[in-house]
Design a protein around this ligand. Structure first.
Ligand code: HEM
Ligand code: CU
Length: 553
């Protein structure tokens, strides 16, 4: 279907004999249904997650001994660069925003599709070629300058591969801009009239804030990268120090995007948390307004902290003070959210479903990662541990613990809606246990490595670091193993899981008022909003579904 419907109950002018749900092969076509596009994003991103994960395992295997044994150091650098790039640009951002955003936003606001369905499909289809370009770059030695592509390194290593890398990032950046425009317009213009702004689900607030942030910051990254591309291929010297260029300017352009990119990854996940926790704790969310506004606050303050990545780049002391303070301020709205979720859990009738386990797991991880971030945002400390494994430990806590856990929570929560079938809960618990143990085992010791002085981005290291590195490597294998029960669960449940009812968790947001899986145009008759999205605990009816899924504490 290529038609867009305004939020009205009026039937289409000429009813067409279309099927009610899509067939499997529709998912491989240029389809403009937001639900198909959401699934296309999720599945594609997961494939890249596996590829990026294999690169991580290869690196950890190399790092189990102090000397470079089986990976050529250049190849190690290429894996390191592409692992980071894939995880950020082709896994977390597309799955959290593209995947969940596309599937859920129209359903949550009561629309029949996104505002611009064709643009939406184009945005998705920019991703596979972007990934292909990255993988193609390995033929030319692979980009080796890290996901930050700092010059002068990026100007002198593997120029063709680096060019392909830049083109790939420009494609995903374009995709992200097109997607964001669509989200903003859909949320602002296509909400059912009966839904008050104070009844907009928190996930929608989060995607709104994320989209605005993406629109403000992504073009800046694109500008920096295009200048870099010119320097590499067309003899310009924007960033060539020996020809009058300035490398620090690149760092500003890069981090003006890439610090907010951290929030691009985490805000939609925060949105997922705000949906999962109240449903599985059967309590109204604590501080709806505070959580909604704190997304906007994070988005604004987040634009003013990028220099904390550059404390060691010759930044003058007064600037370090300004950026230390602004960085610490971001912790406030983030703390507001964490407080809201903990207060929601407090005294709730918690069901330890897999979705809830991952949500609670995320809380614990994010507190460690967030505290690590506060230490790093403080200039005097950062000067000591900059570019050590402390940083690697910190950002993996945030990215793995803070993002991947949230994506998993979202998948367990919405799988029944997406596929019409339940996921297997015991297998989900195995998946959670392996992921939780693996994450701590892999990334906690890295903080210690960093404090002792092990530099990051190296294939060889001083033998004194061997034992701790081996711990991390064992953890990486546990993490790799954790994907197996998950993959089995998804495939098996999709084909022959227990059939899901329309609203198996007894949730109150609009996506649960359509059938599972939803009809092609979402609803026969558009829903009318009569209550807020989180008004739980008013009657016992709302508890029913969950009791079957998992026992109470
Ligand atoms: C199986 C789990 C993972 C393992 C074992 C792992 C391991 C590693 C290793 C060894 C490095 C090189 C660190 C350095 O030398 O600086 C690295 C870098 C990185 N990883 Fe991961 N990682 C995992 C998952 C993830 C995930 C889920 C994300 C993000 C969503 C991620 C994002 C990054 C980034 C951004 C870099 C920096 C690359 C660079 O410095 O250019 N990783 N990871
Ligand atoms: Cu930052």
């Amino acid at each position: 279907m290529t038609q867009t419907y305004l939020p009205t109950d009026a039937p289409p002018e000429q009813p067409q004999p279309t099927p009610k749900v899509w067939k499997w092969y529709d998912y491989f076509t240029f389809n403009t249904d937001h639900k198909v596009i959401g699934i296309q994003y999720l599945v594609t991103a997961f494939v890249f997650y596996l590829i990026g994960g294999l690169m991580a395992v290869a690196m950890r295997l190399e790092l189990s001994t102090p000397n470079p044994d089986w990976l050529d150091p250049n190849l190690y650098n290429a894996f390191m660069t592409n692992h980071g790039t894939i995880m950020i640009f082709l896994w977390i951002v597309p799955s959290a925003i593209g995947g969940f955003g596309n599937f859920l936003i129209p359903l949550m606001v009561g629309a029949r599709d996104m505002a611009f369905p064709k643009l939406n499909a184009i945005a998705f289809w920019l991703n596979p070629p972007a990934g292909a370009l990255l993988l193609l770059s390995f033929i030319f030695g692979g980009a080796q300058a890290g996901w930050t592509a700092y010059p002068p390194l990026s100007l002198i290593t593997a120029p063709i591969a680096q060019t392909l890398w830049i083109l790939s990032i420009v494609l995903v950046g374009t995709s992200s801009i097109l997607g964001s425009v669509n989200f903003v317009i859909t949320i602002l213009m296509m909400k059912v009239p009966s839904m008050k702004w104070s009844q907009l689900p928190l996930f929608c607030w989060a995607i709104l804030a994320t989209s605005v942030l993406a629109l403000l910051s992504t073009p800046v990254l694109a500008a920096g990268l295009v200048l870099l591309l010119f320097d590499i291929n067309f003899g310009t010297s924007f960033f060539k120090p020996d020809a009058g260029g300035n490398v620090v300017i690149y760092q500003h352009l890069f981090w003006f995007y890439s610090h907010p990119a951290v929030y691009l990854m985490i805000l939609p996940i925060f949105g997922i948390m705000s949906e999962v926790i109240p449903v599985h704790a059967r309590k109204p969310i604590f501080g709806y307004k505070a959580i909604a506004y704190s997304s906007l606050a994070i988005c604004i303050v987040g634009l003013f902290v990028w220099v904390h990545h550059m404390f060691t780049s010759g930044t003058p002391p007064w600037m370090r003070i300004f950026f230390t303070i602004s960085t610490l301020i971001v912790a406030v709205p983030t703390g507001v959210k964490i407080f809201g979720w903990v207060a929601t859990l407090w005294g709730g009738k918690i069901r330890f479903t897999s979705a809830m386990l991952f949500a609670i797991g995320l809380l614990s991880m994010f507190v460690v990662g967030g505290l690590g971030g506060v230490t790093l945002g403080t200039a005097p400390f950062d000067l000591h541990v900059h570019d050590t494994y402390y940083v690697v430990g910190h950002f993996h806590y945030v990215l793995f613990g803070g993002s991947v856990f949230g994506i998993y929570a979202g998948i367990y929560h919405w799988f029944p809606k997406i596929t019409g079938r339940m996921m297997n809960e015991p297998l989900g618990r195995v998946h959670f246990a392996l992921t939780f143990v693996g994450t701590h085992l892999t990334f906690l010791p890295m903080h210690q490595l960093g404090l002792q002085g092990m530099p990051r981005r190296v294939a060889m290291y001083d033998p004194q670091f061997t034992a701790i590195n081996q711990l991390c490597t064992i953890g990486a294998f546990v993490l790799a193993a954790s994907v197996i029960p998950f993959a089995i669960n998804v495939i098996w449940s999709w084909i022959s899981g227990v059939k899901a009812s329309d609203n198996p968790w007894n949730a109150l947001t609009l996506e649960w008022t359509t059938s599972s899986p939803p009809l092609i145009e979402n609803w026969e008759v558009l829903p009318v909003v009569t209550h807020g999205p989180y008004e739980y605990g008013k009657d016992n009816e709302t508890l029913k579904g969950l009791e079957e899924a998992a026992p109470a504490i």
